[in-house]
Design a protein around this ligand. Sequence first.
Ligand SMILES: Cc1cc2nc3c(=O)[nH]c(=O)nc-3n(C[C@H](O)[C@H](O)[C@H](O)COP(=O)(O)OP(=O)(O)OC[C@H]3O[C@@H](n4cnc5c(N)ncnc54)[C@H](O)[C@@H]3O)c2cc1C
Length: 571
Amino acid sequence: MADPVATAPLRPCSPLVRCGQLPRSLPVFRCDLLVVGSGIAGLTAALTAAEEGLHVMVLCKGRLDETNTRYAQGGLAAAIGPGDHPKFHAGDTIQVGGGLSETDVVEAITADAPGAVEWLLGLGMRVDRDETGSVALSREGGHKIARILHCDGTATGLEIQRVLEVAARSHPRIDLFEQTTVVDLLKDAEGRVGGVAAIGNGSGSERPVLYESAAVVLASGGGGQIYRETTNPELATGDGLAMAWRAGAELQDLEFVQFHPTTLYLAGAARFLISEVVRGAGARLIDRHGRRFMPEIHPDAELAPRDVVSRSIFRRMIEIGDTHVYLDLSAVPDAPRRFPSLARIARVFGIDIGREPLPVRPAVHYFIGGVACDLRGRTSLEGLWAIGECGSNGFHGANRMGSNSLLEGLVQGRLAGRDIAGRDLSRPRRFLLPAPGRAPEDHGAALNLADMTYSLKSLMWRQAGIVRDGDGLRDAVERISAWEGYLARLGPFSRAGVEIVNMVQVARLIAWCALAREESRGAHFRADFPDSKPGLRVHSRVRQADGVAEITTRPVASPAPVPPPSASRPA
Ligand SMILES: Cc1cc2nc3c(=O)[nH]c(=O)nc-3n(C[C@H](O)[C@H](O)[C@H](O)COP(=O)(O)OP(=O)(O)OC[C@H]3O[C@@H](n4cnc5c(N)ncnc54)[C@H](O)[C@@H]3O)c2cc1C
């Protein structure tokens, strides 16, 4: 581990201090394994561990199907087509990863992908098939071979969520606790994670409840809601990252936040993602003067890599002083029939996609960084695993390739489930109860959560967004630190109160890590350091040590990627 590149005072306040109840009076649920999250990663880990004989409890903030997973459109990548091979899939993933991919992890996940897909199909997942009955595969940016499987065109995530949910609901060794917000991890006297404190027990109550287990899996997704513009649903507030941080786990590569170039931008409308497939079908990006701007920026024009298209749109918006650009589908034959969901949503807002351009702008899409973990999800804390979008093991490097995140959640969920089931879980974990709670102080000045949330999202969008610089990031860190200070004392002990604490803590860490990385690489772009630096081909790690927070670096274990011999590949 290298010397710290930056240190800061430590202020990880826990929302638990405001619970206002003596922990000893709280109800306790016990099981072998607690899984926080009901998306592809969490339910896969739960099912795998339960199959191995463990008693599993799954906790999730809303309904079981309120996840990022259910919104996934394009599909799931696996080398199962003719002429494809996991080593080609691995090669493409590493090429896109901007030098930060861990080859061992990439090779293991891509090699496991075909078997993991078989498992999902065995659960009853429906996939689109061609006229011969074979799985229909499509291509996406970065994948040089058609290897994306999908269901009903763009309803892949919904179908995966459905089959996993059916299996989990009917499993005799899985208990599901919906409407249950996990607040913090609990540790035993030896520092091992042995449970969680949560709000609720699935009954709709807002009472604090404790859950005790031999192992905890965080599968709580990303944190797109920390930004004003995001494709992520409301649940994505970075809770897993914040609670792992407060418990003392190391976090990795937080500065790498991926933006999706084209989301529908209409006041009052959700940021509906408009997939690359639409640009692939011939849709063009134009500004309000009708000028097409991508061909002069990149040879692949609208199909350039996501980060290039996002930055180009952002720059165009600034150049012409507009809040968005437009996606023009007039050259796409029969657009409303080819893209029925997009046509339907646009029609609600009075737009006919066959004739009128759609207002679009980039939005935060995916958290590449997360809780530092290995292939199986093991973290720096004994008893704690982190998987799926909330973990960071070097699979995506500095830039995620489309359709690889569902795959990561699926493969890692299976590996983590087996890993935990293979451990000796017989020794009871007795966690240390948190210090007696304190009810929120009444200062006569209630915290306006909506205002706080909006201020944070706007600040992050402006100063830690698509194009960053040192001054903006430094200012963001200072302001967010001040907010973090008074959030410790104010605010309700409720789901919303916990979420804003988490968002603020994770936001500060993102801005701080982005400030420390003085180069541009993958999804992280610094206007004041526009090039990559070979010496910074390192992961950033943020952790607590001796009462301070510090950022250190960890070299990438694998050699730098070289362009693959593309001649041997099918087109
Ligand atoms: C619009 C959209 C389209 C996408 N398209 C694709 C695609 O085509 N292919 C692809 O590979 N990826 C895609 N992605 C990304 C992919 O969907 C996610 O990365 C992936 O689904 C994450 O899965 P997960 O299991 O890690 O977490 P999620 O599916 O996000 O699940 C998170 C779970 O954690 C729970 N949780 C969070 N905090 C708490 C808490 N405090 N207490 C209790 N529970 C909590 C939530 O309730 C939820 O159950 C897309 C994402 C979006 C938003």
